[in-house]
Design a protein around this ligand. Structure first.
Ligand code: FAD
Ligand code: DHB
Length: 401
C-alpha cells in the first residue's frame, strides 16, 4: 500500500474542492485533492453560469480574476417575464451598484485546475473506491489510483464531493440530520450555438411552465425549460425544444430567443437539502456535499464558494495561530447563509414554476406576486439584494497571489 501524508485531504475536484485547495495553498497549507472522474469529464460538465459579486471579488483576491475579467459578462439586472411582457429589475440602481457575472462553471473549473497544476500540490483524477474514516482522532482517506491501493493520513478531511459523494453518507452514520424537499418538476437545459437575443437573463412564467433565457458568451445561448422529473431527453427533439421555448419566452413586442444548433442537452431534477451540522469531528462538508438548492436563483455554486471561504479561513487560523474557535463556529455560520439562500431559492422556484395539477388559484396568485415584484421598489430591492448575493463576511483571506 502507498502511504501519503498531508495537512488537509480534499475529496472532490469541483469548484468547492479546487477553490479550497487554492486558498489553502496561498496560506502555505498543504492538501491533496482526490477526484473520481477524469479531468476531461470534470471540465466538460455544463452546470451553473452566474457568479455573485462576492464570488467574483473572491476569485480576484485569490489570483483567478484575469480570464474572468476578460471573458465574463457583467450584468446589472435581470428580466422577469409573464403575460407576454418582460420587466427589468435593475440591480445596480437598487443595491448601490452590485452586479452579477455570467461565467460558466466549467470555465471556472478550468482556471482552478490550471492554477493547481501550476503548483507542486497533488490533484489525482480518476481515483476509485474513496473511503473516509477516523474523523474523531486520526482522519484517513483510502482509495485506489490506477490499480494501486493508497491511503492518506491527514489532520482534516474536507468533504467537497458534491450531491452524490461519499463524505455526506459517511457522516450520516453519526448524529447528523438531513432536511430535504423534492419538487414535482425538473429542468431541461441546453446550450445553443447562437448569439443571445437579449443582453440579460430572462426568467419567465408561462401557462405551460417556467423557462429561462441565459447565455455563456456573445455566440452561445443557454436555455432551460420546466419539464416533468422523469422525462426522457430522447423524447425532446431539437424542434420540440425550440417550439416550447419560443412559446414560453416570446413577448408581445416580438422578442424571442434566436434559434440555432443545439450543442448539448440534459434533464436535471430539483431538490432542496441541508445537512446539520456540516461538521463531524475532523470532517468538514462544503458545497453540494452539505446542501443542495433548486437552481432557480443560481445559488448552488455561489453557496459552495461562501462555505469554502469560511473553511479556508478557519483552517488558516488553526495552523497559523493555533485557534480552533473558527473551526468550531464553521457549521453554525455557514448554515445561517445556507438557510437564507434555501429560502430565496425556494421562493424563486415557487413563484416561477407551474405545479403539475396545481389550481388556477395558485397560478393567479403567482402572477399577482410577479406583478408586485416588478412594480414595488421594496419587493424589487429584496429580489436584487438576494440575487446579487448577501455580502460575504468582511474578514476575508488576506493572501493574494
Ligand atoms: P460538484 O461540482 O458536484 O463537485 C463535486 C466533485 O466531487 C465532482 O467533481 C465529483 O465528480 C466529485 N466526486 C463525487 N464523488 C466522489 C468520490 N467518491 N471521490 C472523489 N470525488 C468525488 N447551480 C446553479 O447555480 N445553476 C445551474 O444551472 C446549475 N445546474 C446544475 C446542473 C447539474 C446537473 C448539477 C448536478 C448541478 C447544477 N448546479 C447549478 C449546482 C452547481 O453546479 C453546484 O452547486 C456546484 O457544482 C457545487 O460545487 P461543488 O464543488 O460543491 O460540487
Ligand atoms: C443559469 C443557471 C441558473 O440556475 C440560473 O438561475 C440562471 C442562469 C445558467 O446556467 O446560465
Amino acid at each position: 500500500m502507498k502511504r501519503l501524508r498531508t495537512q488537509v485531504g480534499i475529496v472532490g475536484a469541483g469548484p468547492a474542492g479546487l477553490l479550497l485547495g487554492r486558498m489553502l495553498h496561498l496560506e502555505g497549507i498543504d492538501s491533496i485533492i482526490l477526484e473520481n472522474r477524469t479531468r476531461d469529464y470534470v471540465v466538460g460538465r455544463v452546470r451553473a453560469g452566474v457568479l455573485e459579486q462576492g464570488t467574483v471579488d473572491l476569485l480576484h483576491q485569490v489570483g483567478l480574476g484575469e480570464r474572468l475579467q476578460r471573458e465574463g459578462l457583467r450584468h446589472c439586472g435581470i428580466h422577469l417575464g409573464f403575460k407576454r411582457r418582460r420587466h427589468r429589475i435593475p440591480f445596480d440602481e437598487l443595491t448601490g451598484g452590485r452586479s452579477i457575472t455570467v461565467y460558466g462553471q466549467n470555465e471556472l473549473v478550468t482556471d482552478l485546475i490550471a492554477a493547481r497544476l501550476g503548483t507542486e500540490q497533488p490533484l489525482y483524477f480518476d481515483v476509485r473506491d474513496v473511503c473516509v474514516s477516523g474523523f474523531d482522532s486520526a482522519p484517513r482517506i483510502a482509495f485506489h489510483l490506477a490499480d494501486e491501493e493508497c491511503e492518506i493520513a491527514c489532520d482534516f478531511i474536507a468533504g467537497c464531493d458534491g450531491g452524490h459523494g461519499v463524505c455526506r453518507p459517511s457522516m450520516l452514520a453519526t448524529a447528523a440530520q438531513v432536511y430535504e424537499r423534492e419538487y414535482p418538476f425538473a429542468w431541461l437545459g441546453m446550450l445553443a450555438g447562437t448569439p443571445p437575443s437579449c443582453e440579460e437573463l430572462v426568467y419567465a412564467l408561462h401557462d405551460r411552465g417556467f423557462a429561462l433565457f441565459s447565455m455563456r458568451s456573445p455566440s452561445i445561448t443557454r436555455l432551460y425549460l420546466q419539464c416533468a422529473p422523469h422525462e426522457d431527453i430522447d423524447d425532446w427533439s431539437d424542434a420540440r425544444i425550440w417550439d416550447e421555448l419560443t412559446e414560453r419566452l416570446e413577448t408581445a413586442d416580438g422578442w424571442r430567443p434566436n434559434r440555432g444548433r443545439i450543442l448539448q442537452k440534459g434533464i436535471t431534477g430539483m431538490r432542496s437539502l441541508v445537512v446539520e451540522p456540516m461538521r463531524c469531528g475532523r470532517l468538514f462538508l462544503a458545497g453540494d456535499a452539505a446542501h443542495i438548492v433548486p437552481p432557480t436563483g443560481a445559488k448552488g455554486l455561489n453557496l459552495a464558494v461562501a462555505d469554502v471561504q469560511r473553511l479556508a479561513r478557519a483552517l488558516a487560523k488553526y495552523y497559523h495561530n493555533g485557534r480552533e474557535d473558527l473551526l468550531d463556529r464553521y457549521s453554525d455560520e455557514c448554515l445561517r447563509r445556507v438557510w437564507s439562500v434555501q429560502r430565496f431559492s425556494w421562493w424563486m422556484t415557487s413563484m416561477l414554476h407551474r405545479v403539475p395539477d396545481g389550481s388556477e388559484f395558485d397560478y393567479r396568485r403567482q402572477l399577482a406576486e410577479l406583478d408586485y415584484v416588478t412594480t414595488s421598489r421594496a419587493a424589487m430591492t429584496c429580489l436584487a439584494e438576494n440575487y446579487t448575493g448577501l455580502p460575504f463576511d468582511a474578514e476575508g483571506l488576506a493572501s493574494k497571489s
